[in-house]
Each structure stands twice: as structure tokens, then as C-alpha cells.
Design a protein around this ligand. Structure first.
Ligand SMILES: Nc1ncnc2c1ncn2[C@@H]1O[C@H](COP(=O)(O)OP(=O)(O)OP(=O)(O)O)[C@@H](O)[C@H]1O
Ligand SMILES: [Mg+2]
Length: 467
């Protein structure tokens, strides 16, 4: 079975930019799961947040499989934000997979395969492995200069010690390279995995805390290890079922994890993996960590996807499914039937529904405050009041977008603090939905394909199309 070395790879994807939801750091609940008014970037929407918190608790206890939750509410009422908050408060160990309903239709694989992969991305396996490690403080690294420059076989010696013993190890070219890469020097405390040869720097020994010049700003000091140099250590890897699938599907191989180009994975591969994982579970080597699969814009799924979901949720390895939509009663994709949220009744019946409410003026003000901080924009009190008013009249999203634009306008006139004039300038510059619709109504005859007879393209429809 595959060697599993995925844990390091995760970190690469965690570089964050300022995105629409980057200010959300959790659900902002206290230990009794009550929502704090403003906390972890979250404002208001208390009952929905509280409900989301209950779901997170359910996931963390890991006992319940196959529950599904629907976040329903108007556009811009924080559904996606709450899902992000859930992801954050689940922690790194619990898998959280996310996709938008429409993504299923643009991949080079069948919808159900894409859904299956998404399901398996949301199920983690915690695998325990016992390995032998050598752990000690580096006393000396001595590398023999090869006689001919550039000769392939470098050799050397590494002296390691614990508080009780000291041993000299012979080094091959590979180890020398690894030591160089990690910039290991004498005085560092390191661990070497005996099977893989991987070197981990644990920190600098306290005994060297006086060598100031060797320290970076974040030098971590650790005790020199005691006891034997060789130890047995239990290492825990967390991977998702999907990652195991990809590594083991021979046609794709593990590079597919980087390109995302995984193609379809054969059912037999999955079956084998499920059996293997079940074996590991029985031997106590592995634990299943059911996570969360979040499908945004769930009204984009069609009737086949819903039927797949119905069935997939009944599997005992199913994750908790969270779906979100802003649609009211609308046609179920792939049929001529209408249904609440565009979701078939039988699937709707399996969902716990959390509804989000429109924001009050006060909430909007607080969210805008948080966004200003997040985007590092200083704004005068008047400007904030005006922006809040715009947010109430148009939409929260529009107001949020104006922050960056206004900051640029302010920069342009060499200002430091965003004033009312900047806000009104960008308000003139960029239209919100209402004004844009109005404009179109007035001038539609000058656009191409203006087939909509006057009066039909009413505001609601325009809203639905934009959101
Ligand atoms: N309670 C909240 N606290 C802080 N920020 C919020 C809150 N609710 C929404 N936001 C922010 O407001 C913006 C709009 O919210 P979000 O994208 O979550 O809306 P949505 O309900 O998913 O809308 P849609 O139905 O159009 O997808 C986002 O930038 C989001 O981070
Ligand atoms: Mg959303």
C-alpha cells in the first residue's frame, strides 16, 4: 500500500490572500455555544452561527455520519461566511472539502465521480505509524572534501549526543545533502527518521543559547534529549481517502495531487482502499475522521446529483454535508418541477435547515469595520456612516467592494484616511445592482440581443442573475 507523506504538503495551500472571507477566523462562539456579538470576524446572525456550532460539535465527536445541513437565506446574508467559519473552527485535522454546485459540470469527469471525489476529500484517515528515530544534539558535522572537485561520493561523519551518550555516524552523500538543505549546524537538536532518512530540526540546544550570532529571530531553544539516541516514536499522519485513492490509482499516480488532474478513479481501487482502511481500523492502526463537505450554490446540482447524494449519505463513512443556497422556489435542474430552493423534496427531507436573516444596519456597520481592518484601510467616521447607509440601501457585498475602491481613490488624491468624498466618488463610478438595472431599463434598446420586452426584466430577476 502507498507510503503516505501528505501531511507536509497541506501547508503549501494555506497561504492566504485577502479574499471575500479572509476576515472570518471561526464562528465566534463561547464554550456554551452561544454566539458572541462580534468575535473571530463574525458579526450578528447569532442563531445561524449557534446552529452551525452545534454541527461542528457533532462533527468533532465524530459519532454521527451522513447528516446534512442546508444554509438557506438571501444573497449576501453570510451563508458562505458561516461555512468558512465552520471550516476554521474544525481545525486543521478535520478535513473540510468545498465545492460550488456548478463546478461539477465543468470537470472532465462525470458529475457523480466529481461528487464521489468531493465526498472522499471530506473523510480523513488518521494513520498511526511507529518508526525508529535518532534524536540528539549535533556535536559536530565533518564532511570530507572529495579529492576531485565535484566527485559524486561525498562522505562524512556526524556526531550526535544525548545527555547520556555520544555516537559518531557515517554519512553518505544523500544524508550530507539533507543536512545541508536543513542548514543543520552543531548545536542543533535534530531527529532523523531511520526508514526514510528525513531530517527534522527540532530547535537549538539550550547550551548554545549564548551564541547570539547563530540565532535568527525565531530560534527555538530545546533541551538536549536524554536517554538513548535511538528511539521508537509514534507518528500520526492525516490524509483524506481521496488522497489515498489518487496515490493508489495506477494510471494517475501521486503527481495528480498537484495538478488536480485526477481523472476518474476506478471503483475497484476505491473498494480495495476501503477494505484496507477497514483492516487498519481493526488493527488499531487507523482512525476515520469524518469531516465536512460543503457544497455552495446547491441549486446548481441536477436531479441525478441529488439522487447520488441521497444514497451517498447513507454510507457509514459519509461526512457531514453542508449545502447552501439563496434560491426560493425554483425549478429543479434537469426536471420541469419546481421545489423549495430547487432541491427535490426527498433530499430536502434529509436536511436540517438553518436560515440566515438579513442584516441590520448595526451589523452591516460592524462587518464593514472588520473589513476595513482586514484590508488595512483607514476610514473616517463620516465615511463609515455613509458606507453603511449605502450597504443598507444596496447590498452588503457592494458596500464591501467599495472599501478597496475608495481606498484607491483616496490614494490617488494622496490622502491617508478615506473620507466621504472618496466613497461618493466610487459610488458614482461603480453601479450597484439597482442602478445598473435601472440604467439597462432605460437604455436597453442600445444593447445587443435586447429581446426582453419592457417590463419583464424586473428587479428580482436581475437580482437572481447577478447573485
Ligand atoms: N456575520 C458576518 N460576519 C462577518 N462578515 C460577514 C458576515 N456575513 C457575511 N459576511 C461577509 O459579507 C460578504 C457576503 O457574505 P457571503 O458571501 O457569506 O453571503 P452568502 O450568504 O454566501 O451570499 P450568496 O447567497 O450570494 O452566496 C462576505 O464577504 C462575508 O465574508
Ligand atoms: Mg455564498
Amino acid at each position: 500500500m502507498a507510503e503516505l507523506k501528505i501531511s507536509e504538503m497541506r501547508d503549501l495551500t494555506r497561504i492566504e490572500r485577502i479574499g471575500a472571507h479572509s476576515h472570518i477566523r471561526g464562528l465566534g462562539l463561547d464554550s456554551a455555544l452561544e454566539a458572541r456579538a462580534v468575535s473571530e470576524g463574525m458579526v450578528g446572525q447569532t442563531s445561524a452561527r449557534k446552529a452551525a456550532g452545534v454541527i461542528v460539535k457533532m462533527v468533532q465527536q465524530g459519532k454521527i455520519a451522513g447528516r446534512a445541513v442546508l444554509l438557506a437565506g438571501q444573497p449576501g446574508s453570510g451563508k458562505t461566511a458561516i461555512a468558512m467559519g465552520m471550516a476554521k473552527s474544525l481545525g486543521q485535522e478535520t478535513p473540510f472539502a468545498m465545492l460550488a454546485g456548478s463546478e461539477l459540470f465543468s470537470l472532465e469527469m462525470s458529475k457523480t465521480e466529481a461528487l464521489m471525489q468531493a465526498f472522499r476529500k471530506a473523510i480523513g484517515v488518521r494513520i498511526k505509524e511507529e518508526t525508529e528515530v535518532i534524536e540528539g544534539e549535533v556535536v559536530e558535522i565533518q564532511i570530507d572534501r572529495p579529492a576531485v572537485a565535484g566527485a559524486a561520493s561525498k562522505t562524512g561523519k556526524l556526531t550526535l549526543k544525548t545527555t547520556e551518550m555520544e555516537t559518531v555516524y557515517d554519512l553518505g552523500a544523500k544524508m550530507i545533502e539533507a543536512l545541508g538543505k536543513e542548514k543543520v549546524q552543531s548545536g542543533d537538536v535534530i531527529a532523523i527518521d531511520k526508514t526514510s532518512g528525513k531530517i527534522t530540526k527540532l530547535g537549538r540546544s539550550f547550551s548554545r543559547s549564548r551564541d547570539y550570532d547563530a540565532m535568527g529571530p525565531q530560534t527555538k531553544f530545546v533541551q538536549c534529549p536524554d536517554g538513548e539516541l535511538q528511539k521508537r516514536k509514534e507518528i500520526v499522519h492525516c490524509v483524506t481517502l481521496h488522497e489515498i485513492d489518487v496515490i493508489n490509482s495506477r494510471t494517475q499516480g501521486f503527481l495528480a495531487l498537484f495538478t488536480g488532474d485526477t481523472g476518474e478513479i476506478r471503483a475497484e481501487v476505491r473498494e480495495q482502499i476501503d477494505t484496507k482502511v477497514a483492516e487498519w481500523r481493526e488493527e488499531g492502526k487507523a482512525e476515520i475522521v469524518p469531516g465536512v463537505l460543503f457544497i455552495d450554490e446547491v441549486h446548481m446540482l441536477d436531479i441525478e446529483c441529488f439522487s447520488f447524494l441521497n444514497r451517498a449519505l447513507e454510507n457509514d463513512m459519509a461526512p457531514i454535508l453542508v449545502v447552501a443556497t439563496n434560491r426560493g422556489i425554483t425549478t429543479i435542474r434537469g426536471t420541469n418541477y419546481k421545489s423549495p430552493h430547487g432541491i427535490p423534496i426527498d433530499f430536502l427531507d434529509r436536511l436540517l435547515i438553518i436560515s440566515t436573516q438579513p442584516y441590520t444596519e448595526e451589523d452591516i456597520r460592524k462587518i464593514l469595520d472588520i473589513r476595513c481592518q482586514e484590508e488595512d484601510v483607514e476610514m473616517s467616521e463620516d465615511a463609515k456612516v455613509l458606507l453603511t447607509k449605502i450597504g443598507v440601501d444596496t447590498s452588503l457585498r457592494y458596500a464591501i467592494h467599495l472599501i478597496t475602491a475608495a481606498a484607491l481613490a483616496c490614494q490617488k488624491r494622496n490622502g491617508k484616511i478615506v473620507e466621504m468624498e472618496d466613497i461618493s466618488r466610487v459610488y458614482e463610478l461603480f453601479y450597484d445592482v439597482k442602478r445598473s438595472t435601472q440604467y439597462l431599463m432605460e437604455f436597453q434598446s442600445q444593447y445587443m440581443f435586447n429581446e426582453v420586452p419592457a417590463g419583464e426584466g424586473d428587479e428580482d430577476e436581475a437580482n437572481a442573475m447577478v447573485s
